[in-house]
Design a protein around this ligand. Sequence first.
Ligand code: F6R
Ligand code: MG
Ligand code: MG
Length: 369
Amino acid sequence: MAKLTLSVIKADIGSIGGHIKPSQKLLQTVEKYIKEKGKGLIIDVYVGHTGDDIAILSTHKKGVLNEKIHKLCWDAFIVGTKAAKDQGLYGAGQDLLKESFAGNVRGMGPAVAEMEIEERPAEPFLFFAADKTDPGAFDLPLYLAFADPMYNAGLLLSPKIKKGFKFMIMDVSYTKADRFIELVTPEEIYDIAVLLRDPERFVVESIWSRANGEQAVAACTTRLHNIAGKYVGKDDPVMLVRSQHDFPATGEILSPYTIGHYVAGFMRGSHNGPLMPVKKNSSISYFDGPPVVSCLAFSVKNGKLTEPADCFDQPYWDYVRNKVSQKAEEIRRQGFFGAAMLSMSELEYTGVVETLKQLEKRFKIRRSR
Ligand code: F6R
Ligand code: MG
Ligand code: MG
């Protein structure tokens, strides 16, 4: 039996009232297009949104980076963009950075996370989508869920999980080609930590089990400013994570999201804010944020998806959301200052550079007397 492919392709193609959420009409337009035109190509599909980003999760047998699947999603976003323009939505088509489709959507704006799997008799997996942040936001939770026994009890309790994992980490600042490194746990956890402490540059692209060689994680690594050469919106990543058996348990994969770690992407994509775990189809509000992450659990059989189980829709996460709100308020109290905003290497794609250039001319050197 051919392997099954899980594909997530997502884009911001317009939203209501600023960067809050897509309209129902826009979501329905994208979903209708995929369901009609994807007949005979995809097995199943789920379309949803996190903040202002629309994600298309599909199952099929075509493998990763398949032209037909990517074209289907690209065209759905094109048709959606027209609907967004008709409604006067903000930022209509903003993530579609290229004029015409060329083979697959990598490097064209939309984010992609895909993996080809040998479907297990029971195949649980998690679909993460984040808004108002960038792909490095998943670095810390992935490290903790796969390499730290403080979060992953399986590293103590399961001989197969104890064998560790291989991390493929991408240097997203290198734009000429894919520049990546393979590092394994547990031997190289400190090397992994050295890289992941810089989430704007080093992003986990995939994680593989050392017990069975199977892929556990596929995450996107798109940095829009590297494609566009200027600031065109935050990259708002998606990710697929398989769970249970030889992979971490679902609860282990979710457990690091209790931290509400500070990530890039709050207001105008230029501030740091804590990552808040939110319910399905949540919107955006305070200071165009805070950065949010949603997680839907699915089971899949012969390519057919169950309905999603909303992982952060449970009373425990209400408590976390309150704590994260406090962290958001705390960092916002210092406004533009220091750690509240991103480093200059990120801000160099924004208007700050213009101001600095102007001020540069007015600096004087005081001669020592
Ligand atoms: C991400 C997001 C933000 C905006 C950014 C720029 O979903 O909405 O990163 O893209 O705030 O916004 P505009 O284009 O309105 O200046
Ligand atoms: Mg946006
Ligand atoms: Mg967004």
